[in-house]
Design a protein around this ligand. Structure first.
Ligand code: FES
Length: 163
């Protein structure tokens, strides 16, 4: 797949400056690519082909290279995540500790299926591979924050406490 950068950048002038800065941060420009894509994910809560095409142009890389990175790491999504992105671990320890029940609870409490976002854009949830916190199973990752030993109650509190 090849996508050309759109005539008008999908980024604001300020965001463009940030992306260009990532090309200059390290000895080789492409070393800043993952960080640049992290910024794009944060700004848009997703990375679309037009975003990747513009990043490719800025980094002077082929589109396929940037798109390959954007679709490889689970931190980057092509679907729009909520402002609060909830990851539910479905690794073995968490599964044994009841992650399937937490899956049902997330769907019921947030009112959306996996990898879809609430109408107000606040929440989305998805299953993830082992979060490296098996001793705190079942584990959730809320944006970058780990919530261990999740219960139906903690999921409800998460929703009520979110801004
Ligand atoms: S299996 Fe869930 S954190 Fe490791």
């Amino acid at each position: 797949m090849t996508v050309k950068a759109p005539a008008k950048s999908p980024f604001t002038p300020e965001q463009e400056k940030t992306l260009v800065a990532w090309t200059k941060r390290y000895p080789f420009s492409n070393m800043g690519l993952v960080e640049a894509l992290r910024s794009v994910q944060e700004w848009n809560r997703q990375i679309l082909p037009e975003h990747a095409a513009r990043v490719a142009e800025i980094f002077a890389l082929p589109f396929s290279r940037v798109w390959g990175v954007a679709t490889f790491f689970p931190s980057f999504t092509q679907w729009k995540t909520g402002k609060h992105r909830v990851g539910l671990c479905h690794g073995l320890s968490c599964w044994m500790a009841g992650s399937t029940k937490m899956e049902t609870c997330l769907e019921k409490t947030l009112g959306v299926a996996e990898k879809t976002t609430t109408a107000d854009g606040k929440f989305s949830w998805e299953t993830m591979e082992c979060l490296g916190a098996c001793e705190q199973a079942p584990a959730l990752l809320v944006n970058d924050r780990l919530v261990g030993a999740a219960t139906e109650e903690s999921i409800k509190k998460l929703k009520e406490g979110a801004k």
